[in-house]
Design a protein around this ligand. Sequence first.
Ligand code: FMN
Length: 333
Amino acid sequence: MPRLVSHPDEVKIVSRRFGMGATDIDRYIELGGYEAARKCLAQGPDWIVEETKASGLRGRGGAGFSTGMKWSFVPKQSAKPKYILVNGDESEPGTCKDHLIFLHDPHAVIEGTIIAGLAVGAKMGFIYLRGEYRYLLEITERAVADAYDRGFLGKNIFGTETEFQIITQTGAGAYEVGEESALMESLEGKRGVPRIKPPFPAVVGLYGGPTVINNAETIATVPHIIYMGAQAYCDVGTPRNGGTRLFCISGHVERPGVYELPMGYNLRKMIYDVAGGIRGGRKLKAVVPGGSSTPVLLAEEIDIGMDFDQVGKAGSMLGSGGRGGDRRPDLHG
Ligand SMILES: Cc1cc2nc3c(=O)[nH]c(=O)nc-3n(C[C@H](O)[C@H](O)[C@H](O)COP(=O)(O)O)c2cc1C
């Protein structure tokens, strides 16, 4: 079980309920939970989409696409049911943040899924956990059952005429099903291999219906945005990269862990101040800035802000938020 770490530079938004017993629905409510969904029900779909766009939130699953923009691509009218799909596959090596969200704050995922459903007019959401996270399924299913008991899920959510249901599912343990179209194949009970695009999921997705697929951290962030206001969230980050991110720091550092830092936080500071530098005072050789599928940055390339644009400009990718120092065997001194 990963221990919770902390550093004074952290801005705890998504992780603010970690370690506070928020898996319990009463505690979650006590900490402000389900108020954002209630507000969204009152405000309506267009407001939710605009607020999400204004927050500068970009997908935390890898590609960094604007979440509000993605939601706006879903057709308002559809002959087929629309779906929300939460990607909790988290199979990118070095990435272990969605895991903490499910472990400490599963209701944030549920509330975010409800809000995404309200935004695009979907009545059904799926939470898909990677096969190896089977033990998190119990926690998540308990939370879903509690949300049904309280009337936050079901035919008439929050006492309104609006319906929203959630189904949980696990994979069988395959890296590839983290890719959104492969995940949909897997959820439909088929072999988890990617589909040819276009069509894109927003138009033809799960069971052929318009589908929003978002990473679990993306979805869990949305209630916080509604709660604190889009502008306040956006202001924490850098231009075009709103808010914070759960950065997973692993490899040969003194204090590995998951730290919530503002988007654009300097990578050198992240390694040397936040994570305490390289173990035993050794020399840094290289960093994988966004999960193992992203290009390596050399030691002299780490004076950059960790947001999608700056890491892209440096020739790599921010990816899924996993970074490891000194992992390449050929770079070990
Ligand atoms: C090979 C591959 C593996 C991926 N694995 C994951 C994953 O484990 N979790 C995830 O959220 N996104 C993963 N993605 C990205 C998804 O395809 C998709 O972009 C993402 O779930 C969209 O959510 P977001 O907009 O909130 O980031 C993967 C993509 C590829 C190409």
